[in-house]
Design a protein around this ligand. Sequence first.
Ligand SMILES: [Zn+2]
Length: 143
Amino acid sequence: MTATCSKRYLSSLGRTAAACYEAGMTAGENNRDLAAMSERLLTRRAELRALSDSARDSRKPVELDQSKVGRLSRMDAMQDQAMAQESERRRKGELLRIGAALERIKSDDYGYCVSCDEDIAQARLDLDPAVATCINCASRSKS
Ligand SMILES: [Zn+2]
């Protein structure tokens, strides 16, 4: 048996990843740089929150500003508002995913597919540190 720190192997032993590394085992995909991933997630979260704050005004209900009539019609203003609300909705969704990923880091579940428990490829996490499923499960749920 190769001593790789797979989640299944660990749970079969009732051990944590740290104990596994201490025992000098080969850590495969799960030897994640959790500190770096956590850092990226926190940075992205701060960015999203800042964006959300700076866009707050554009989500306000459209007021009929007489001084703007002619320059920016009410229709345009409403369209802008709808777009701002849609961006906010997407930001909220991403913030939720980031929060969940940070929770998984804390609970030692980070980097494993939430759906099948397999390792998520590091390249996939590099692209999106908040990703929660492996490529197989992601493509399954899309089809
Ligand atoms: Zn999966």
